[in-house]
Design a protein around this ligand. Sequence first.
Ligand SMILES: Cc1cc2nc3c(=O)[nH]c(=O)nc-3n(C[C@H](O)[C@H](O)[C@H](O)COP(=O)(O)OP(=O)(O)OC[C@H]3O[C@@H](n4cnc5c(N)ncnc54)[C@H](O)[C@@H]3O)c2cc1C
Length: 305
Amino acid sequence: MSGNDHDVVVIGGGPAGLSAAIYTSRAELKTVILDEPNKLLEKAERIDNYFGFPDGVSGKELLDRGRKQAERFGTEVLEEKALLTKIDPRGEGYVVETAEREFKTKGLIISPGIQHEKPPIEGIKEYEGKGVSYCVVCDAPLYKDKRVGLLGSEDLVAKEALELYEFTKDIKIYTNGNDLHMPDSLHTKLQKLKIPIEKGEIEEVVGDESLTGLKIEGELQEMDGLMIAEGSSGSLDFARSLGITTEDGVLKVDENMSTGVPGVYAAGDCVGGARQISAAVGEGAKAALGLITDIREDSYKDWSV
Ligand SMILES: Cc1cc2nc3c(=O)[nH]c(=O)nc-3n(C[C@H](O)[C@H](O)[C@H](O)COP(=O)(O)OP(=O)(O)OC[C@H]3O[C@@H](n4cnc5c(N)ncnc54)[C@H](O)[C@@H]3O)c2cc1C
């Protein structure tokens, strides 16, 4: 492996990471974004709630524009997955490893989003965008008063069900054979709203032009939508290796997006919150501003153990 010296390594090239990199590279900090390809956001045909696009914009176009903007100021964007982060044993910063090489850096911005785990259910892929959704905040208005299943068994599914309940009361949670893992407070809220929870395994998502039902242990249940709310943040692995505190499956940050580990900031879906593009962009900017100050003040020199 060869060493690379950077001021800033950004893990994840979604809206949060791109926004952060625009700031750090404009501040003339040597910035690289490590970005695993195949983004879910690229599948969004039209984003209607992001500022500045009166006719909407596709997820792909928005990301392409953000990337070009970051590159204009000198950011290097590499399609490489960050596999490991650690404190640089040689002092002054951190090391990020990909399969090909390692990057030595003064500061880190962690923005890998949340990994939506695609359950191995027949038909899921075919009905993505036609009834199968990965984002309740984005798609809930499309399901007003419709029958919607939510797939998941942890905190995320409960939070998404409560959000969806504002649009439709006809909700059912499917744990797909898993036990529930969520705080009692969330479970109690679901019970109070009488949201049913079914443990059976979903065998198939069925429909014609769009999703019409779910096959569960041989029985067909009619549904208009299935929201996938199984998710875990890949950022948790980075959090563990760097000693960042986590809470409810997301990275804990302060109001400046600092993780509390010197020179390490986090932004976007991996810190929870609104899970929206506008929030991710704002958080990326805040994280970058904090890190720019740290690096300019040379405080990174005290970061090593
Ligand atoms: C289909 C869909 C439609 C949506 N529609 C809307 C909408 O209309 N409006 C709205 O505001 N929001 C919408 N959202 C939500 C929005 O996309 C997210 O809130 C936003 O993208 C979060 O930005 P982020 O930068 O935190 O993470 P992401 O956009 O998820 O970007 C993270 C990036 O990091 C990469 N990555 C992950 N792990 C690693 C690693 N180890 N190393 C390197 N790279 C890594 C990922 O591949 C990805 O490219 C939608 C989401 C989806 C999936």
